[in-house]
Write a protein that binds this ligand. Structure first.
Ligand SMILES: Cc1cc2nc3c(=O)[nH]c(=O)nc-3n(C[C@H](O)[C@H](O)[C@H](O)COP(=O)(O)OP(=O)(O)OC[C@H]3O[C@@H](n4cnc5c(N)ncnc54)[C@H](O)[C@@H]3O)c2cc1C
Ligand code: FES
Length: 301
């Protein structure tokens, strides 16, 4: 996989071919597709995927509107970009994606949205991801390591078989201590703390509680870090509050139902603080002002 340097690149529709598609855990799938001349993209950006055969006029068996998905990885060989997407099966679109086979055609619109921003001044990075929010953080890990950041990941799920990570054989998952037990982070030598709400894997309880406890330790790099988070909105709100209390910069990758993904339909609003507005707040668009926001900017309802 590679991480690229240009954030604002032209977006377009790209039709590519599926290279692989595999189940990663219960109800979650990861596929990779190859595209010619896909523009530069950065972690946090997303694509709108046509979850239907691009050649079938009547979209039989698929979804009519495109669906948004974070780019979970991007590597290039010559003119070809290999993009991976990890998704959880929820409805018609994601069910269609789970049935893709190598050689199938797929249409992406992108790259879209604002990416995570790597702060050159801060030497450490802490990632906090929940469930299907982990894929963009996995790709971001590459960029952080390339930028020389001391990185630790915190990954949570409701239960063991909803964690979209691959175990490294023979490496134990050790309670609240960071370990190299999960391939996606261990490949970059990034230690990971894993928790499940029901204690079926790693530490028991919410990942935010373990993250907070870690920040309270004397040798935690919290004060010199930027926190990057993606996952359920309650988790993002808790991460943002934890960071605010400790004055740690925090970037959150948000989700809204999206139709166009490009700022036209106004269906994806998020309330954000705005000192210049007489009311002190305004609506921002998740698709074009985000999906990555400063955690202190979002109004957490
Ligand atoms: C910027 C962005 C990035 C995303 N990245 C990913 C990703 O990497 N992997 C992934 O699995 N999903 C991701 N999502 C969510 C994904 O877009 C939805 O899961 C998908 O659109 C569902 O489509 P569907 O046709 O399968 O479900 P639908 O048939 O449209 O809906 C099925 C059910 O799921 C609910 N639902 C649909 N979308 C959402 C949502 N966004 N949040 C909560 N409930 C929803 C619907 O209300 C309905 O009850 C992302 C969303 C955004 C906005
Ligand atoms: S999805 Fe249409 S404006 Fe954001």
């Amino acid at each position: 996989m590679g991480v690229e340097s240009q954030a604002s690149s032209p977006k377009d529709v790209f039709v590519g071919r599926v290279v692989s598609n595999q189940s990663v855990c219960r109800d979650q799938w990861r596929f990779e597709a190859a595209f010619n001349d896909f523009p530069p993209a950065l972690p946090g950006q997303f694509v709108e995927i046509l979850c239907a055969d691009p050649l079938e006029e009547n979209r039989a068996g698929g979804a009519f509107l495109r669906r948004p998905f974070s780019i979970g990885g991007l590597r290039r060989i010559g003119q070809q970009a290999f993009i991976s997407i990890t998704h959880r099966v929820l409805g018609i679109g994601t069910r269609w994606l789970s049935q893709l086979a190598p050689g199938d055609q797929i249409s992406f619109l992108g790259p879209l949205g604002r990416p995570f921003c790597i702060d050159p001044q801060r030497p450490a990075a802490l990632l906090v991801g929940g469930g299907i929010g982990l894929p963009p953080l996995i790709w971001l890990t590459e960029a952080l390591v390339q930028a020389g950041k001391q990185t630790i990941a915190f990954a949570g799920a409701r239960t063991a078989d909803l964690l979209p990570l691959t175990r490294v054989p023979d490496v134990p998952v050790s309670g609240t201590a960071p370990s190299l037990a999960f391939e996606e982070f261990a490949d970059h030598q990034v230690p990971t703390v894993v928790s499940t709400d029901d204690g079926s894997l790693g530490a028991a309880g919410l990942i935010v509680e373990h993250f907070e406890r870690y920040l309270d330790q004397a040798d935690s790099p919290g004060e010199s870090a930027v926190v990057y988070s993606c996952g359920p909105e309650k988790m993002l709100a808790a991460v943002a509050r934890t960071c605010e209390k400790r004055s740690i910069p925090c970037q959150v990758c948000m989700e809204r139902m999206m139709a166009c993904g490009m700022g036209t339909c106004q269906s994806c609003v998020i309330r954000t603080h705005d000192k210049e507005d007489p009311e002190g707040w305004r609506y921002s668009l998740c698709c074009t002002d985000g999906p990555v926001f400063d955690g202190q900017t979002v109004i957490w309802d």
